[in-house]
Design a protein around this ligand. Structure first.
Ligand code: NAP
Length: 504
């Protein structure tokens, strides 16, 4: 099956073109023209989403589960075409697109199962106590209800699993919320074919066409109109700190502020306990090189910083990491803009006081090679910029004087998606002294592994204190992601006959 994009938006079941277009910028293959969204289209899509909510938001969970499974089937039916357009637009290898498709389909089916199970509704009942003194107690029931239409911003770095039909969209639809997606301009054709899949599923399941719309384009005016639309109730976003913060502030400034669930940035530091560094430093360095350069380092869980205690073992670790990184060579970045940002971030670090360049080669146009830098704990503590995310295959080793300085560094960290401990059983005391600090900094703390590769499951937290996310109580991966699009409602003395289906 081949796929040639027509370049239109999907607005409440209709493919709509607009006068202004932009041309895609694929890593390889043909470029195509795509319509650019307008504020009028945003209004049309959101009004339709609100109309759809009156049926979709009150639908049976079994029907929504069938819908999610049908979307998954429609994605699988377009498997080869999705891989072809996805690799062309992003430059990511075929195997990555195939794996990501599996994850995307898997998370749709997982949410189908999750809503059928029903535990997420957290149903509670305080039965009436008519004879209670001095006052009787009313009958009160509680259930989680969907919040209404939701806006989703597709991420550039996961064209399937975090984009048009990614985890934000899957969890919102599972909750019963219609979705309006602002597609990412880095992979508009991939967005379009995923929208085709959901369009087909909406028709097969006989749902209101306003349940899903996709608006494409590279402008900010219509994207800002989307988060400011009075009928939008929440926003899911993965991207840069700058873009996310701008949209987050717009959500807070609305006459009726709404939650903005932004996943923005993280350096995912790794802390090496002394015995792990001594016994396995070289092995861990090789594993780090692989994790750091996976997908050209364009992962939100890319472990950018390694903190080790200075000494001969630290030096051996740095040279093992450099040896493992050097042969990896140049990889294609997702967009020209991301490559530019990588070069700027690398130059800022290279120019910082007290930073040693261990491995430097090149980064031209959209290709980037890995870079490795080293610095001391003191220099790192003196320069906030050394703790900021550089999106791409860039690693920094921070050599600290002792465990005390390592704990000081941990305390100084900004919020993170993940923190990693590398440790042996004989390191338990040192690890125990760090864990209470790390759990205050990150959504996920792990031992003896690498944070890239986020399991989609019931226990996953992919979030964390700002700037890792704008809402530390939330996760954008795993079944708990549905909580972002629900709101608890108490029903006091409401007759059973008119209670929501989920309380019946
Ligand atoms: P981005 O620039 O934040 O853009 C994400 C989405 O938000 C795009 O659709 C973008 O539209 C839109 N947007 C950004 N600023 C906006 C504003 N002020 N008003 C309205 N819409 C706005 O992220 P990106 O394009 O994916 O990548 C750029 C950088 O983000 C990377 O270099 C990297 O540093 C970071 N990033 C981080 C992660 C992570 O997981 N931590 C993931 C991806 C990217 P336009 O395309 O029209 O600007």
């Amino acid at each position: 099956m081949t796929f040639t994009p027509h370049g239109k938006h999907l607005i409440a079941g209709e493919w709509v073109g607009t006068e202004r277009t932009f041309t895609s910028s694929p890593a390889h293959g043909d470029a195509h023209d795509f319509s650019v969204g307008t504020t009028e289209l945003v209004d049309h899509a959101v009004q339709a989403a609100e109309e759809a909510f009156w049926s979709f938001g009150y639908s049976a969970r079994a029907d929504r589960a069938a819908f999610l499974n049908t979307i998954a089937d429609e994605i699988e039916a377009r498997a080869d075409a999705i891989t072809a357009i996805g690799t062309s637009e992003t430059g990511l290898p075929e195997g990555r697109l195939q794996g990501e498709r599996g994850r995307t389909v898997g998370q749709l089916r997982l949410f189908a199962q999750h809503i059928l199970d029903g535990a997420y509704l957290d149903r509670r009942h305080d039965a009436a106590l008519p004879d209670r003194q001095p006052l009787p107690r009313p009958d009160i029931k509680m259930v989680q209800r969907p919040i209404g239409p939701v806006a989703v911003f597709g991420a550039s770095n996961f064209p399937l699993a975090f984009s048009t039909l990614g985890g934000d969209t899957a969890s919102a639809l599972a909750a019963g919320c219609p979705v309006v997606v602002k597609g990412h301009a880095a992979h508009p054709g991939t967005g379009e074919i995923m929208a085709e899949a959901i369009h087909a599923a909406i028709q097969k399941c006989g749902l209101h066409a306003g349940v899903f719309s996709l608006i494409q384009g590279d402008g900010h005016d219509f994207a800002q109109a989307l988060v400011q639309h009075p009928l939008i109730n929440a926003v899911g976003f993965t991207g840069s700190l700058r873009g996310g913060r701008a949209l987050f502030d717009l959500c807070a400034q609305r006459p009726e502020p709404i939650p903005f669930f932004g996943e923005l940035g993280s350096v995912n530091p790794m802390f090496f306990m002394p015995n792990a560094l001594e016994n396995r430093g070289a092995d861990i360095a090789a594993g780090w090189a692989a994790s750091l350069t996976m997908g050209a380092g364009q992962f939100c869980t890319n472990p950018g910083i390694a903190v080790v205690i200075d000494g001969p073992q630290a030096d051996a670790f740095v040279s093992a990491a450099s040896d493992a990184l050097e042969p990896i060579g140049a990889q294609t970045m997702l967009t020209d803009g991301i490559a530019d940002a990588y070069r700027a971030g690398r130059d800022k670090i290279a120019g910082a006081k007290g930073v040693q360049e261990v491995l430097t080669s090149m980064c031209d146009s959209r290709n980037a090679t890995p870079y490795l830098f080293a610095t001391t704990g003191q220099e790192w503590l003196n320069n906030h910029a050394l703790g900021e995310e550089v999106f791409g295959p860039l690693g920094m080793v921070v050599k600290v004087a002792d465990m005390d300085e390592m704990r000081t560094i941990a305390k100084r960290l900004e919020g993170q998606l993940t923190c990693t401990l590398h440790m042996e059983d004989s390191d338990l005391d040192d690890a125990a002294s760090l864990l209470p600090i790390l759990e205050r900094k990150a959504g996920r703390v792990l031992a003896n592994g690498f944070p890239t590769g986020v399991e989609v499951c019931d226990t996953m937290v992919h979030g964390g204190p700002y700037p890792a996310s704008t809402n530390f109580g939330a996760t954008s991966v795993g079944t708990m992601a549905i909580r972002r699009f629900l709101r608890p409602v108490s029903y006091q003395n409401i007759p059973d006959a008119i209670l929501p289906l989920d309380l019946g």
